[in-house]
Write a protein that binds this ligand. Structure first.
Ligand SMILES: [Zn+2]
Length: 226
């Protein structure tokens, strides 16, 4: 028994030494990737709103959840805005044009591998579901949208498909990006989910999984996905 003690101690020491290294490398799936998150609206522009629930506030909370998830996988993450102000940081003469112009500039400043504009939708009370938009002339954007959409589907239950668009933030930037409408605030059921921080975490994991899937697809066959 006495002879066994040094071996047990040695084994325990090895476990302590190697375990953190192994888990660190296996979880750093997005190491060296730079991602910009763009929480839509802010400040005087609340975006969609129902009662006292404002899109701009939830966009920011969801973006912080995504930031945390992406950073846990090794990515470097920047936000276009980190508080409840639009890009002009003025509290007078709100200009959507100025806000969007500065937003696009800031995204490109970071030279990201990709960016995500985070939004919430609003329409009739019966509309629901997440949707990912890509710039109509971007095949990489389409691929990224598809990867994220497929991972979000089990979480949001959406029956919508990805869609091409000409949104300014995707058109005016040099960087690869997609715009994600995470759900409809105008739908009572989905609004309840979108206010919940546990749901933000689920969205964050799904979106991060989608980014990983996109990165993997760059080195593998793409016809499975598209
Ligand atoms: Zn919006």
């Amino acid at each position: 028994m006495k002879k066994l003690v040094p071996f047990i101690l040695l084994f325990a020491l090895c476990s302590l030494t190697f375990k953190p290294v192994m888990s660190a490398t296996s979880s750093q799936t997005l190491a060296k990737k730079v991602v910009v998150l763009d929480p839509g609206h802010g400040g005087m522009d609340n975006g969609a709103h129902v009662g006292n629930v404002n899109e701009d506030e939830l966009n920011l909370k969801i973006s912080y959840a995504i930031k945390e998830e992406l950073e846990s996988r090794g990515a470097t993450v920047y936000l276009t805005r980190s508080d409840d102000q639009d890009m002009t940081r003025r509290d007078y003469n709100y200009s959507k044009q100025d806000d969007m112009y500065l937003r696009a500039l800031k995204i490109d400043e970071y030279k990201p591998d990709l960016f995500l504009s985070i939004h919430l939708n609003s329409a009739s009370s019966s509309a629901w579901g997440s949707q990912v938009f890509y710039y109509k002339k971007s095949s990489d954007g389409e691929r990224l949208a598809k990867c994220i959409h497929e991972k979000m589907k089990p979480v949001t239950g959406t029956r919508k498909n990805i869609s091409s668009c000409g949104f300014y933030v995707l058109r005016a930037t040099q960087s690869l990006g997609v715009l994600i409408e995470c759900g409809f605030l105008s739908n009572a059921n989905e609004r309840g989910q979108l206010k919940n921080s546990r749901y933000h975490k689920k969205l964050a994991v799904a979106i991060s999984d989608g980014i990983e899937e996109y990165e993997k697809s760059l080195s593998g066959p793409v016809d499975i996905l598209l």
